[in-house]
Design a protein around this ligand. Structure first.
Ligand code: F0G
Length: 366
């Protein structure tokens, strides 16, 4: 398959061209593929920051990546390395976004993609993406943790590249979002709020912030504030969850692969990993859509739910900097269009009207 790195994405250089020199093992033999991932918007909060009472609140819109989630940053590196090592196929287990991303990059590069998805637990939009890109979808009669265990076994025994976040290149690509945040605001934020599922992304961000701090590009590192869904909160509870449940299907994970690394990120940063209920997630999901114009998927709203919860707590003696002095970033990991069932299920405001101007005027209250 031929490609020209300099024209893969003329408008957006992509993660490999922009940050390849900060990613180990990206060398002259690595194909600099791209779908224009990364370089996502960092937008100011217009309304929610008042509820939080912080100095600055930003949303990092990772939903603006080519397949609508943060996964593309790591997937581009994992697929480039799979190509470099002449793999013919990639495989992942996924709650949906990893599979959408793997399917897209594999399609672009002429690789076969196989995805193991937990039965009945994947949002329609994500499934549609994997189907559209021609991935071979295997609906595993089990949960995500079962699917990941099987994916690892298959890749140990067959020449297929595993592109879950246990593939080290995934986290290396994902850490570039932390670089972008520092590059955009001139330093690291004080607090980073992020949802946790398989715990790869919190690990990747922490690595990125530490590397920029060591390189003296940032003068500080953020406290890492990770949020699990209450029915799928193994790290919070200190034990794996056999039957994880949440409206946020992306983070319905009972035994995260990067569990220990996430705990290390929390502890090294004096951060916290806590949980939010489905009601809190849906309330934040609604507020983001209605007060900020940001339509994300429920898993992404979990970190905003966490921020609202955190802001309601009284500041204890060891509370560190008060929120009023803090710059905060929430990572908006995936697009709301991926999960239309949740959006329409909440409170559908669709009203039937007759095709007459008077009926429409009346319905509009004019
Ligand atoms: N937000 C979204 C939208 C996700 O899709 C995921 C994970 C997370 C947050 C959590 O990130 O796993 O690095 O802690 N989705 C994976 C998948 C598991 O298969 O798409 P994490």
């Amino acid at each position: 398959m031929s490609y020209r790195a300099e024209t893969e994405s003329p408008s957006h250089p992509g993660v490999l061209r922009r940050y390849g020199d900060r990613i180990p093992d990206v060398g002259s033999n690595t194909p600099l593929i791209s779908l224009g991932e990364g370089d996502t918007p960092l937008v100011h909060s217009r309304r929610l920051h008042e509820r939080v009472g912080c100095r600055e609140l930003y949303f990092k819109l990772e939903m603006c990546n080519p397949t609508g989630s943060f996964k593309d940053r790591g997937m581009v590196v994992a697929v480039a390395k799979a190509l470099e090592s002449e793999s013919k196929a990639v495989l992942c287990a996924s709650t949906g976004n990893t599979s959408a991303s793997a399917a897209a990059y594999a399609a672009r590069c002429g690789l076969d993609a196989y995805v193991l998805v937990p039965h009945g637990n994947i949002a329609q939009g994500k499934l549609a993406q994997a189907v559209a890109h021609g991935a071979r979808i295997l609906d595993v009669q089990g949960n995500f943790d079962d699917a990941l265990r099987l994916a690892r076994l298959i890749c140990e025994q067959h020449p297929v590249a595993l592109v879950n976040s246990v593939n080290p290149y995934r986290l290396e690509g994902q850490k570039t979002a932390a670089f972008e945040i520092v590059d955009s605001i001139g330093d690291a934020p004080d607090l980073l709020f992020i949802p946790i599922g398989n715990a790869g992304n919190i690990t990747a961000y922490w690595r990125g912030f530490v590397e920029y701090y060591r390189a003296e590009i940032a003068t500080k590192k953020p406290r890492m504030m990770g949020w699990q869904a209450e029915g799928a909160a193994p790290i919070v509870e200190g034990k794996s969850v056999a039957d994880p449940q949440s409206v946020a299907s992306a983070i319905r994970i009972g035994n995260p692969a990067s569990w220990r690394l996430a705990e290390a990120a929390r502890d090294e940063s004096s951060g916290e990993i806590k949980s939010v209920s489905d009601d809190e997630i849906l309330e934040a999901y609604r507020l983001l859509a209605r007060e900020e114009g940001i339509f994300c998927e429920p898993a992404s709203a979990a970190c905003v739910a966490g921020l609202l919860k955190y802001a309601r707590q009284p500041v204890g003696p060891s509370g560190g900097r008060s929120l009023a002095e803090s710059t905060i970033v929430c990572v908006i990991t995936g697009h709301g269009l991926k999960d239309p069932e949740t959006a329409l299920g909440i409170e559908s405001e669709i009203r039937e009207v007759e095709p007459r101007i008077e009926a429409i005027e009346q319905a509009m209250g004019l």
